[in-house]
Design a protein around this ligand. Structure first.
Ligand code: PEP
Length: 250
């Protein structure tokens, strides 16, 4: 039985004031029962978020970074090492978000290295995979996602990949208001689970792409969808909490 996970990616949004208000609201609203919750603020606010959550461990909100260096340490100006994230109390990290792949040129190989570095530092990496609109229209969705997964499998093997979380995020659905239908998402999730082999039994596969309280339930009801990676809607505490509740299995 895989416990659902709902993760909120704040992207490049927030302020000290926002962190104070938002975490207070989440702490009041989330009980932590039946669903794991994680939030991914910008680097600069990670410490504030972690400290703000420290007094209420029963809410069990994990904190993660949106990116990490593939290098362990050294002369890499502007980068943040996985060990530093662990050191301040982060538990998770996103790797290969489509904005990193498309805007910052991260290749499948680079993303696989980041996944490996994160595991070594004791973090749970969330591997983001997904096709562009052109790739979907060309009928290459499964091929693209398979190659993104294969880069990690080739480097680390199935069991190490299974120590992370997978997030299927069709690029055309991220921040656009367009969501994959539950059936479209389920088809890709099932293929991902198959590619995971035995690890597929326990590895959580999240769906991301314009998830909202209004569409979350239908997505989360699919057998291979174990929760969501939520961008824009995670900035609204009421909306994010409502999405988390939809993930709780009856
Ligand atoms: C994301 O940033 O991973 C995401 C899915 O964004 P949104 O929910 O805004 O589409």
């Amino acid at each position: 039985m895989r416990k659902p996970l709902v993760a909120g990616n704040w992207k490049m949004h927030g302020s000290r004031r926002f962190v104070t208000d938002h975490i207070k609201a989440l702490k009041h609203r989330l009980s932590g029962d039946g669903v794991d919750v994680a939030i991914f603020p910008p680097f600069i606010y990670l410490d504030q978020v972690i400290r703000s959550l420290a007094d209420k461990p029963d809410t069990a909100i994990a904190v993660g970074a949106q990116n990490v260096s593939h290098e362990r340490e050294g002369a890499f100006t502007g980068e943040v090492a996985a060990a530093m994230l662990s050191d301040i109390g982060c538990r998770m990290v996103l790797v290969g978000h489509s904005e990193r792949r498309t805007l910052y040129g991260e290749s499948n190989g680079m993303v696989a290295s980041k996944f490996a570095t994160a595991l070594t530092a004791g973090l749970t990496p969330v591997l983001c995979v997904g096709e562009t609109l052109a790739e979907r229209e060309a009928g290459s969705t499964f091929k693209v996602v398979e190659a993104q997964m294969a880069a990690v499998i080739d480097l680390l093997g199935h069991s190490r990949l299974g120590q992370g979380v997978i997030a299927y995020e069709p690029v055309w659905a991220i921040g656009t208001g367009m969501t994959a239908t539950p059936e479209m998402a389920q088809d890709v999730h099932a293929a991902i689970r198959q590619q995971l082999g035995e690890e597929g039994e326990t590895t959580r596969i999240l769906y991301g792409g314009s998830v909202k309280a209004a569409n979350a339930e239908a997505l989360f009801n699919q057998p291979d969808i174990d929760g969501g990676l939520v961008g824009g809607a995670s900035l609204d505490a009421d909306e994010f909490t409502a999405i988390c509740r939809k993930a709780v299995q009856p």
